[in-house]
Design a binder for this molecule. Structure first.
Ligand SMILES: NC(=O)C1=CN([C@@H]2O[C@H](COP(=O)(O)OP(=O)(O)OC[C@H]3O[C@@H](n4cnc5c(N)ncnc54)[C@H](OP(=O)(O)O)[C@@H]3O)[C@@H](O)[C@H]2O)C=CC1
Ligand SMILES: CC1=C(/C=C/C(C)=C/C=C/C(C)=C/C=O)C(C)(C)CCC1
Length: 323
């Protein structure tokens, strides 16, 4: 099985990487070092995770002890408060400084919804409501293209965009998005959006591939636990692999990159160790059948016992379309 994906930009992207959202200061530096020592070639970062500086410290140390810049694929993302055209290049440069590198491999627009400009990641009014802004995606995308032309990033892409939002960019760009990063896992297979991307030559990365058990709102309402699904556990026993490895391999076999987050050395190792087995077509179908069309990562609230999107009125809110 291929360990990399070829991007439209001509670059090559590893199919497994390390996620860093929620990795705390004091943990993420070691996690990145452990990952690199165990042969990880991709680190998924974002300005909004607030830990890029510490990721950068780990990278610096590894570069000093012989790791070459071209041996590691670094992704970062443009946060919602920086969509305005004058903010895109400075924001990327800020991530470069934090990460101790002079170019990114992939720079993504993190979400399609813009927030009010400024230093507050979640700007709120006096009543505690998020303050949005309306910034045309094409205006932001033009600056993303500029980042490539300036050599600040090798490839560009988007995250959390739906198919219509991606099509708008495809119809109006000079550099096509090379990658879409979205939530995908066995409870939320995203078949239509993945097919749409693959038909357009856009590679896809699955975030929260293990069901994000440490998402900050976990436990605030009853939700299914993907890693404890009996079907996945049973297949783990059959293949002598952990549930995590089964979930990751099912994605990688669909040519979807995965970026599991862990700060635990044994899990960091185990999550890359998925290349020595193949899930049979029959078992792939069994995993396909546990899909619940269930998103873990969405701004939702429970209203009278029913789950509703919180503030779905936000401009460019992506999750109302079918895909
Ligand atoms: N573009 C976007 O909007 C988003 C991007 N992302 C990216 O995707 C990454 C992954 O998604 P994330 O939401 O973090 O969730 P994951 O699905 O990667 O789950 C991470 C959790 O699973 C645990 N874990 C890791 N490996 C195993 C294993 N083998 N067995 C059991 N438990 C395991 C981790 O624990 P521990 O660390 O304690 O080992 C952690 O609690 C993010 O870190 C981020 O980089 C995520 C969400 C949104
Ligand atoms: C509230 C709200 C939003 C939610 C933002 C959230 C919940 C972001 C979480 C980001 C994470 C988890 C990033 C990890 O990479 C949108 C959709 C932007 C717009 C509608 C209102």
């Amino acid at each position: 099985m291929a360990k990399t994906l070829k991007l439209l930009s001509g670059e090559v992207m590893p199919i497994v990487g390390l996620g860093t959202w929620k990795s705390k200061p004091g943990e993420v530096e070691n996690a990145v070092k452990t990952a690199i020592d165990n042969n990880y070639k991709l680190i998924d970062c974002a300005y909004a995770y607030g830990n890029e500086e510490e990721v950068g410290r780990a990278l610096k140390e590894k570069f000093q002890s012989g790791l070459k810049r071209q041996e590691v694929f670094i992704t970062s993302k443009l946060w919602n408060t920086r969509h305005h055209k004058e903010d895109v290049i400075p924001s990327l440069k800020e991530s470069l400084t934090n990460l101790n590198v002079d170019y990114l491999d992939l720079f993504l627009i993190h979400w399609p919804t813009a927030f009010k400009q400024g230093r507050e990641n979640f700007p709120k009014d006096d009543e505690g409501n998020l303050i949005y802004d309306k910034v045309c995606h094409l205006e932001t995308w033009k600056q993303m293209e500029e980042c490539v032309k300036l050599g600040l990033t090798k490839s560009i892409g988007v995250s959390n965009f739906n198919s219509k939002q991606i099509q708008n960019i495809l119809d109006n760009c000079s550099i096509k998005p090379a990658n879409l990063q979205i939530e995908i896992h066995a409870y939320f297979g995203q078949k239509k959006l993945v097919d749409f991307c693959h038909k357009n030559g856009i590679t896809v990365t699955a975030y929260s591939p293990l069901g994000s058990p440490d998402r900050p709102w976990a436990g605030t309402r009853e939700e299914p636990i993907l890693l404890k699904d009996p079907v996945i556990e049973k297949l783990g026993q059959k293949y002598s692999k952990t549930p995590g490895q089964i979930l990751l391999k099912w994605l990688a076999q669909r040519n979807i990159a995965v970026i599991p987050k862990s700060v635990t050395p044994s899990r960091i190792q185990q999550n890359l160790n998925i290349f020595d087995f193949t899930i049979s077509d029959e078992d792939v179908k069994i995993i396909d059948s546990i899909d619940k069309n269930y998103r873990y990562i969405a701004p939702v609230v429970e209203v009278n016992g029913k789950i509703e999107f919180r503030d779905g009125k936000a401009p460019d809110f992506p999750f109302y379309e079918e895909f």
